[in-house]
Ligand binder design. Structure first.
Ligand code: SF4
Length: 304
């Protein structure tokens, strides 16, 4: 299966980038009634979403469907990944009331599956783990039946922080791999590839009943063989759900885009991933960790 994939993707590798975005990346502009309602709710409750902060292309679609990914612990990140649009610098202190407000927003939105992520908080002694755990507890208490997926930072690999979040019993423990090890230094200077694998190892050891999930963005200059190797590494540490999506350069100050993958290539990658034993692979040009997250967990048999 991987051999056939190398042939398909190899055909495109030397082609120059088209001047315009390919048609499969066109999305509808945000602005519908539900979108405006959610925007109002976020401002009213003083909450941040990664949908807005990371300039996600799917915001029109997701918000129109009443789903959003909350970004806790502020909107300033202590790291400076070269592909990411979230602002970086020295964040102010965290807000102890934020978990309450996130839970209140989820109750108002009537969500059955909530995705919670955050900026990196390397400035905090626990890297923000307590606020994550508290957010999970508040959502479970206020919105019974709503599953909680946390997309956590690496907490610098700190075991106590990882254990604290798992102890709050999220329904999914998600941490993004983002790219292949060769590109870590350039794309994700604060991260370590081995650390990502260790996080999943620990998670399965501490809480084997909590499904794990990760994501890779494509188009940063990786070779397809490297992507396959990463997928094998992730299966070796028993990651359950994988997302694969296209990198879109947020601005000229960010890492240049190396290439666009076609929908066909994403389909093939999905097949390769499923044949490796992932419970679910969401693979497509516009896929982000939280894109159709509810459908992903259902497909993986995590929720009903
Ligand atoms: S894909 Fe995720 S980050 Fe993007 S708009 Fe949808 S919920 Fe928000």
């Amino acid at each position: 299966m991987a051999e056939a994939l190398y042939q398909i993707i190899g055909r495109h590798r030397a082609e120059p980038l088209p001047e315009r975005k390919p048609s499969w990346l066109k999305v509808r502009a945000p602005g519908g009634a539900n979108y405006l309602r959610l925007k109002g709710l976020m401002r009213e409750l003083n909450l941040h979403t990664v949908c807005e902060e990371a300039h996600c292309p799917n915001v029109g679609e997701c918000w129109e469907h009443g789903t959003a990914t909350f970004m806790i612990l502020g909107d300033v990140c202590t790291r400076n990944c070269a592909y990411c649009a979230v602002s970086h610098g020295r964040p102010p202190t965290y807000d102890i009331e934020e978990p309450n407000r996130v839970a209140a927003a989820i109750a108002q939105m009537n969500l059955r599956h909530a995705v919670i992520t955050s900026v990196d908080r390397d400035d905090l002694p626990d890297f923000g783990a307590f606020i994550f755990a508290e957010t999970i507890r508040q959502i479970h208490a206020l919105v019974p039946g709503c599953s909680v997926e946390v997309l956590v930072p690496d907490f610098q690999g700190n075991e106590e922080s990882i254990r604290a979040v798992l102890a709050a019993e999220p329904e999914i423990y998600n941490h993004n791999t983002e790219t292949v090890p060769r590109l870590y230094k350039r794309a994700r200077p604060g991260g370590r590839y081995e650390r990502v694998l260790n996080i999943f190892r620990l998670s399965k050891q501490v809480a084997p009943h909590i499904p794990t999930k990760t994501g890779i963005i494509l188009g940063l200059g990786e070779a397809i063989e490297e992507v396959i190797e990463v997928m094998k590494d992730l299966r070796a540490v028993d990651v359950d759900i994988l997302t694969l999506g296209q990198y879109l350069r947020p601005s000229n100050d960010h890492l240049p885009l190396d290439r666009y993958y076609t929908p066909d290539e994403f389909r093939h990658l999905r097949e390769v991933g499923m044949s490796m034993g992932f419970r679910h692979v969401e693979s497509g040009p516009l896929v982000r960790s939280s894109y159709h997250a509810w459908e992903q967990v259902q497909a993986a048999g995590v929720a009903t």
